[in-house]
Design a protein around this ligand. Structure first.
Ligand code: GDP
Length: 326
């Protein structure tokens, strides 16, 4: 029997890389869609020579559909799209197109492959806690109402609903509702990596500050490789269902900064190295995000393998190493 094939969109991102590595280690033939302007594509190709990369564009519906039909995947992981809420406010239409409509095209292609081949095609949508918007219940689970408050959340919500629609048509389509998940591969536009990169510098130099916005925001920060593992489990589960992927534990931005600075060797002096810049406060900011991952734990036997302190330590240590390599 030939190897299972997977098609991954967003393969050059944080989650795409971890997912590709997990699938390749599992003997899966991995195909990825890469945009011609993607600055990370060349490096990804160099570090993952076994992956087959296909140039393409999420906005080119005919090309996207043709790619799904050409690859004939057993598993589709749709991770691509606009990844920042801030960008989505500036470009709501592009966000709808790339994060919302492209998912519909991929679903349509996956169902066509399944109907033509008679083989099961599993479709995993990387959904987001942003679909819940300013939720009024905590923690959020699969039954929490979908009520986005940003163009990003609305586009993700459309894709999320389309997964349910295509599941109704017989596709093994599942939505993994991912809460914040971090790693040394997070870009510094996210607060976690911004903090660990700065902490590493402060630890080396003995001076300097991290400029931050809302120190009291609480997030449910998980370990990205654990989250892609959950997506693979969902793809291979007997039934197609939605799953919240989260740790259920929250920490404030201030706690993240303290843990990172202590890890970098700053000790009790850490407070002197954190400053609030009012410019970095967001006009709309969710004070608390926390997920209830009871279902994925029960049904898929999933659990987080890296807790908060270790997550921070791994990110700081990576940034310390990057400084030493210079
Ligand atoms: P998000 O939860 O997807 O928006 O992920 P982020 O990592 O961008 O932000 C997490 C939380 O950290 C939000 O509540 C931000 O308001 C807060 N935060 C505080 N200071 C900063 C900062 O300097 N940069 C970013 N990106 N977020 C910050």
């Amino acid at each position: 029997m030939s190897a299972r094939r997977a098609l991954v969109t967003g393969i050059t991102g944080q989650d795409g890389g971890y997912l590709a590595e997990l699938l390749l280690a599992d003997g899966v033939e991995v195909h990825g869609l890469v945009h011609h302007e993607d600055a990370l594509a060349a490096e990804f190709a160099r570090t993952h020579p076994e992956a087959v990369l296909h140039p393409g564009d999420l906005a080119d519906h005919a090309g996207l559909r043709a790619l799904v039909e050409e690859v004939e995947p057993d598993e589709v992981y749709n991770l691509a799209g606009v990844s920042s809420v801030a960008f989505s406010w500036e470009h709501p239409v592009t966000t709808a197109e790339l994060t919302g409509v492209a998912a519909a095209v991929m679903l349509q292609g996956a169902l066509a492959v399944q109907e033509r081949s008679g083989r099961r095609v599993s479709f995993v949508q990387a959904s987001s806690s942003e679909i819940f918007g300013e939720a009024s219940t905590f923690p959020q689970d699969e039954t929490t109402p979908v009520r986005p408050v940003s163009p990003y959340g609305a586009a993700k919500a459309f894709a999320h609903h389309m997964v349910t629609v295509y599941r109704g048509k017989g596709l093994h389509a599942t939505s993994c509702i991912l809460f914040n998940h971090e790693s040394p591969r997070r870009p510094p536009t996210f607060v976690t990596r911004k903090i660990t990169a700065a902490a590493a510098r402060i630890g080396r130099d003995g001076h300097g500050t991290i400029q931050l916005g809302n120190l009291d925001a609480r997030r449910d920060w998980g370990w990205a490789p654990d989250y892609v593992d959950a997506m693979v489990r969902a793809a291979r589960h007997a039934t197609a269902e939605d799953f919240v992927i989260a740790t259920g534990e929250t920490h404030t931005v201030a706690e993240f900064a303290e843990t990172a600075l202590r890890r970098a060797g700053v000790g009790d002096d850490w407070r002197r190295h954190v400053e609030v810049d009012p410019e970095l406060l967001r006009p709309v900011d969710t004070p608390l995000m926390v997920g209830d991952a009871g279902k994925v734990r029960r049904e898929l036997g999933w659990q987080p393998t890296v807790g908060f302190a270790e997550l921070v330590a791994q990110m700081v240590d990576h940034d310390v190493e990057l400084l030493q390599d210079r």
